[in-house]
Design a protein around this ligand. Structure first.
Ligand SMILES: C[S@@+](CC[C@H](N)C(=O)[O-])C[C@H]1O[C@@H](n2cnc3c(N)ncnc32)[C@H](O)[C@@H]1O
Length: 236
């Protein structure tokens, strides 16, 4: 399996954890100046699909960091792809990252930042110290078209548990304001992603209960509230 490519639909569907991380990272990285040899933190990488994509497409060295998925499980996958020297699996909490200051050329995070980064402290306390001057921050995550303001819309209430409410879905404006307050980054863009339908379509094809449950959520939403958002910035 050495040198395996990430074009196996069944493999991808078996490892997705939400709207397709591959579809999202393709759009997120389209115009990023990632180059061979750069050091990239893939924060909240889950099963590491995005880490494999980054190592294969750009030749970067990826620190594939996650909380719920063990480093051992991800290492096995990276080895199957012949990428064990390019992707370093790390089991860590995003609020307690075991890296040196000014270590990374880029931080990339797909469908994870909303779990820990939706507050005024996270970016400047935990992330900006780890990045080199001029380094890139590129985040893609679920969001909303208008703020829920403390109450999930009635149509979505049957499908969103209190834990999902804690995930902190917000609008582009909300994220732009949050990162705009940081003295450490230039915000380059905050926008709705074009890939919403494709990323969700791929996820809803997956053979697992989480994906099956989300079919009713997407139907109830009917294009009204849910969104995918990208946030790109660089370190001053
Ligand atoms: C919905 S999954 C998405 C995983 C992957 N990025 C993807 O798109 O397939 C969310 C991921 O965020 C990670 N996560 C949530 N809170 C975290 C934290 N405090 N520190 C590190 N990772 C965290 C989880 O471990 C989980 O793998």
């Amino acid at each position: 399996m050495i040198g395996r490519d990430l074009d196996d639909v069944d493999f991808i569907r078996a490892h997705l954890m939400g709207p397709s991380s591959i579809v999202m990272i393709e759009e997120l990285t389209k115009n990023l100046p990632l180059q061979n040899g750069m050091r990239v933190l893939d924060l909240g990488c889950g099963t590491g699909l995005t880490s494999i994509f980054l190592a294969q497409k750009f030749g970067v060295t990826v620190f594939a960091t996650d909380l719920w998925i063990s480093a051992t499980e991800n290492y096995r996958r990276f080895r199957d792809f012949g990428l064990e020297s390019r992707i370093i699996p790390i089991h860590a909490d995003a609020c307690s990252l075991p890296f040196a200051n000014k270590y990374f050329d880029a931080v990339i995070s797909v469908d994870a930042y909303q779990y820990f980064g939706a507050n005024e402290q996270y970016l400047d306390c935990h992330l900006t110290p780890l990045v080199k001057k001029g380094g890139i921050f590129a985040i893609a995550m679920p969001g909303v078209k208008k703020e829920f303001d403390g109450a999930v819309p009635v149509e979505l209430q049957p499908f969103l548990s209190p834990s999902e409410f804690d995930i902190h879905w917000h609008t582009c404006e909300w994220w732009g304001k949050l990162w705009g307050q940081s003295p450490n980054v230039y915000v380059e863009s905050v926008r709705e992603m074009n890939c919403f339908s494709k990323a969700w379509y791929e996820w809803l094809q997956c053979d697992n209960d989480y994906a099956r449950d989300n079919i009713a959520l997407l139907n109830a939403d009917d294009g009204k509230y849910m969104n995918l958002i990208s946030l790109i910035a660089s370190l001053k």
